[in-house]
Every structure is written in C-alpha cells, then in structure tokens.
Design a protein around this ligand. Structure first.
Ligand SMILES: [Zn+2]
Length: 282
C-alpha cells in the first residue's frame, strides 16, 4: 500500500435511536446516530467516496407507505449544509467529479446519495447486491433496503469487489486475513466484514500522514461499544443477516483496536469518532 490518499470524514445527516437498541446495556435516552461517509482523494484517479449518507432521495423514497415506516422508526435529520453536494463544494468539487464510490453495503443510510453521482462507478460485494435484488418490497424494507434509491444504470456501473484481485492483509490486520485490491494499485483494499448484511465491505487505505484508516461501516456502531465489548442489543441484532458472523467480526475489531495503534478504525455511526476524527479530517 504505497499510494497515499487525502481523506476527509463527512457527516451527511443523522438519525436517532434509543441507546439501548444500539448498545447492550444502554439506556432509553435517544442518541444521535450520525451517517458518516469518507471523501478520498487519489493522486491519479481523483476524488472518491466511501458511502454517501442520507440525501433528499431518502425522503422521496420514504414518502409512500410502507416505506414511510422506515423514517418513522428512525427519524432522520439532514440540513442543507450537510447535504453531499454542499460538502463536496467545500472541497471545490461537484457531484460529477466523483468517479469511484465504494459502497459498504446497500442500507439506505449508506447509499441514499448515489443517484446524485452521474459519473461514478460503484463497488460493492456481489452477495450484497444479490440480497437486495432477491428481497421483496416488504422484505427488503424490513432489512433496511430501499430499492428505488438505485439509479437505473446501477448494474452497468457496478464492479463486484470480490471480482478484484484477492490480496493477503499484513499481519497487523489479524484476524482479518484477506481483502480485494479495488483499484489495482493497492491503494484501496476492500475487506469483507460479514454478519451485518450478506456482503458488507470495509476499506483500508493510508493517508498522506502515513496513518492507516479502516472504514468499517456497520461492523460496529461505536468504538466505545467495541472497547467495552458491548455488541448491539438483541432487538437490533435480529435485523442482522448472520448474528454469529457479526459477533466474530465485532470480536475481530476488538482485537485490532487493542493490538494495532497505527490504525484508525472508523465506524459509520460513531458520534465519538466523529468528534475526534471529524476535527482532524474535516
Ligand atoms: Zn447498515
């Protein structure tokens, strides 16, 4: 991994959940659940995104019933300054400048903005796309998928991450052993993070400051939960595709967190991560 990337952490809206749902032993108090995304600046291939957070398309997709239940259960807030186009503009970029988007998984809070990116290629795990395609309207909604968020051209613009060259991860990433060289230059390595959905993908890359960043999406919902070994409650984990695989991935992150000081683990919904890393990578 010799190519280093610029990195900005973006907060693109948030929803609210009772803490006891997101974390075992939590209280009933409603806590913010930020939707974080990553803006990566590749020296040769330009600006790229890891997920997109919320967008106006989310509100349109959840206008009719039964999809409206989604936002009734998890009330969403997105200000105009948080919207993806406004945040790209702060970096002198426009949505049409984005050519590569790495999708951790296809839950609505991670992909709602992809329709705003007319020139992007999308990277996702094959099984994740297949699971969304297989699901019925109601079944998909129950799993957090809103199929209307996918642009009509999605399939022709999709690269299955697992079709990219398989690479062995360095020992310091143990117990995560392998990944996929998504761009063919070892700059962005996709790492399967199983359990939350049928094909969740994290990405690993190095920043210009020689820091390694591991964007882990929903493999955990907060770093405190990993540190304190408090996985999500049984209510939330009932929504996961494979609870046992989720707990194995969660335990793997717990090991990494304690064994690899040079690595910044970035969950998509961690308020503490946003407060710390959001300031450093604004
Ligand atoms: Zn998710």
């Amino acid at each position: 991994m010799t190519t280093t990337l610029g990195f900005h952490l973006l907060r693109i809206g948030h929803c609210s959940h009772p803490e006891c749902v997101t974390q075992r032993g939590g209280c009933l108090r409603s806590v913010p659940f930020p939707a974080l995304a990553g803006l990566l600046l590749h020296p040769r291939l330009g600006p790229m995104l890891f997920d997109t957070g919320y967008s106006d398309a989310f509100f349109a997709a959840t206008q009719p019933f039964p999809e409206r239940l989604y936002r009734l259960v998890t009330p969403v807030s997105l200000t105009s300054t948080e919207a993806l186009p406004a945040q790209l503009a702060r970096h002198a970029l426009a949505p049409h400048d984005i050519r590569h988007v790495f999708l951790s998984h296809l839950h609505a809070d991670h992909i709602a903005g992809i329709g705003e990116l007319p020139n992007a290629r999308f990277f996702a795990m094959r099984e994740e796309v297949a699971a969304m395609r297989r699901a019925s309207r109601i079944g998909g909604l129950r799993r957090g998928y809103l199929r209307t968020l996918l642009p009509a051209s999605f399939d022709t613009r999709l690269t299955c991450a697992d079709d990219c060259e398989r690479v062995v991860l360095p020992r310091a990433m143990h117990p995560f052993t392998h990944g996929f060289d998504l761009l063919g230059d070892a700059s962005v390595i996709g790492v399967p993070l199983l359990g939350h959905t049928p094909g969740q993908l994290g990405i690993l890359f190095r920043t210009a400051g020689a820091r390694s960043i591991f964007l882990v999406a929903d493999a955990c919902w907060s770093l405190e939960a990993v540190r304190d070994d408090k996985p999500p409650s049984w209510i939330a984990s009932r929504l996961f595709s494979d609870k046992r695989a989720f707990l194995a991935t969660f335990a793997g992150l717990r090991h990494l967190l304690s064994s690899n000081d040079a690595l910044s683990i970035v969950p998509s919904h961690c308020e503490l991560t946003w407060r710390h890393l959001g300031r450093e990578f604004h």
